[in-house]
Design a protein around this ligand. Structure first.
Ligand SMILES: [Fe+2]
Length: 286
């Protein structure tokens, strides 16, 4: 999400562009295949089962960067969602408008072979591999639409920052209970080899039960692995909490209260794991 962007001349008023699938080079397809193979081997034991089912249902195991036309034929049959290509970051309200209409915006570029492990701006591997498989899950699909609708309301109230934190700690970096285990579902995690291990196994980050207001007060970091992960009980519970919550009073309270720093814990937190924060303190990447 972003503000103060200028729409490139080749983009439509809703900022979409053609994917132009035939213009991808062999090297670009190979980058996708390398990233895909690595994640597909590691994720089955770690990710929420619905993610693997989505990969399968959308036939994303087919080699090469997915062609959005093929992907959309299956995706729209499943839940009515579509993937649309955009030139890069888009303005917040454009982003919310697409989500509210069941369109997921995806960058069309892919990282270089030198960037396999880390890049800050989302590419097609993050956007499509990370986000799209769960869009075939009916409840998660409804949550994404509800989020977009909430975003449009938040934009009118000047509360986008708070709502962006909800996206960050669920859609991008969420964990979910699976019996007595935790599993991954956030796209920022599942599209990252390193964070797919770190988020579940490393003693460093806090793992905290999901609470909408807590999440919307919590700062996050865009430059490194997260210091907090919030754990939902189920997609049904996430959708219910999002739909049943009156965001108006939360926004009023948020206007008067400071944000919570990354890594801080509150007495009211439902803590599953107190992180050592050793990784963050070591400042490995920063
Ligand atoms: Fe993302």
């Amino acid at each position: 999400m972003a503000t103060d962007l200028t729409r490139p001349s080749h983009a439509a008023p809703d900022w979409t562009v053609a994917q132009d699938w035939h213009s991808y080079s062999a090297e670009e397809h190979t980058v996708w295949d390398r990233l895909f193979a690595r994640q597909a081997e590691m994720l089955p034991a770690r990710v929420v089962p619905a993610f693997m089912e989505g990969l399968d249902m959308l036939r994303m195991t087919k080699p090469g960067i997915p062609d959005f036309d093929e992907l959309n034929a299956r995706l729209s049959d499943a839940t009515g969602w579509q993937v649309v290509a955009v030139p890069g970051l888009v303005p917040d309200e454009i982003f919310f408008e697409h989500l509210a209409n069941r369109r997921f915006v995806a960058g069309r570029f892919i990282r270089t072979p030198e960037q396999l492990d880390y890049l800050q701006e989302p590419d097609i591997f993050h956007d499509v591999f990370g986000h799209v498989p769960l869009l075939v899950h009916p409840v998660f699909a409804d949550y994404m639409q509800a989020y977009g609708e909430g975003g449009l309301r938040a934009a009118k109230l000047g509360m986008i920052e708070a709502l962006a934190r909800l996206y960050w700690y669920t859609v991008e970096f969420g964990l979910i209970r699976d019996g007595s285990d935790l599993k991954l579902y956030g796209a920022g995690i599942v599209s990252s080899y390193g964070e797919s291990v770190f988020a579940l196994d490393d003693p460093s980050p806090n793992r905290i039960g999901f609470d909408i207001e807590r999440v919307m007060r919590t700062r996050y970091r865009i430059d490194d692995y997260q210091q907090n992960y919030f754990v939902i009980d189920s997609f049904e519970d996430l959708l219910r909490q999002t739909r049943d919550t009156d965001f108006g009073p939360i926004y009023e309270r948020l206007r008067d209260r400071d944000a919570i720093d990354v890594g801080d814990l509150l007495p009211s937190d439902r803590i599953l794991h107190v992180g050592t924060q050793a990784y963050a303190k070591a400042g490995v990447r920063a």
